[in-house]
Design a protein around this ligand. Structure first.
Ligand SMILES: Nc1ncnc2c1ncn2[C@@H]1O[C@H](COP(=O)(O)OP(=O)(O)OP(=O)(O)O)[C@@H](O)[C@H]1O
Ligand SMILES: [Mg+2]
Length: 128
């Protein structure tokens, strides 16, 4: 069976020639549907970089990210935008605008995003 999420030799480097930070260095793991994952590590170990890369907010330097068998590292920007809308949901750690939306059960799941984005946004804005 295809893993829901498969990360293969993922690298993410910041900076350039003289000053490179290897935030992710050959990271590999898999997650099955229904699994609940926690990522632990010391400050600076690359947790945020990993999440942002898997979430398609950042492009990886090398490696592969398969979501339901699709290698999302190969998608062009417009394809990624479509993929995000259809398959990904985000609950951001530090954007206060999600707090009230979450209380109302309007967290940013992808299906909800497509159908309810503007209604949820209007409710959130009017409540501020
Ligand atoms: N935009 C960036 N430019 C250059 N280096 C960066 C950038 N973002 C992160 N780094 C570096 O990449 C490494 C991993 O950072 P990251 O923020 O992913 O770690 P973290 O595990 O989330 O840390 P924390 O627990 O403090 O949130 C660190 O050495 C950090 O300084
Ligand atoms: Mg972090």
């Amino acid at each position: 069976m295809t893993a829901l999420l498969k990360i293969e030799n993922l690298d993410k480097y910041y900076g350039n020639r003289g000053n490179v930070t290897k935030a992710l260095n050959h990271v590999s793991f898999e997650a099955e549907r229904g699994e609940f994952l926690g990522i632990m590590g010391a400050s600076g170990s690359g947790k945020t970089t990993l999440l942002n890369t898997v979430a398609t907010i950042h492009r990886c330097t090398a490696g592969h990210i398969y979501l339901e068998g699709t290698d999302i590292t190969k998608l062009k920007n417009d394809e990624l935008a479509q993929f995000r809308m259809e398959h990904l949901g985000f609950v951001f750690q530090d954007l206060k605008i999600t707090d009230r939306a979450m209380q109302r059960g309007s967290t940013a799941c992808s299906g909800c995003m497509r159908q309810c984005f503007w209604q949820a946004a209007r409710r959130t804005i009017s409540a501020v």
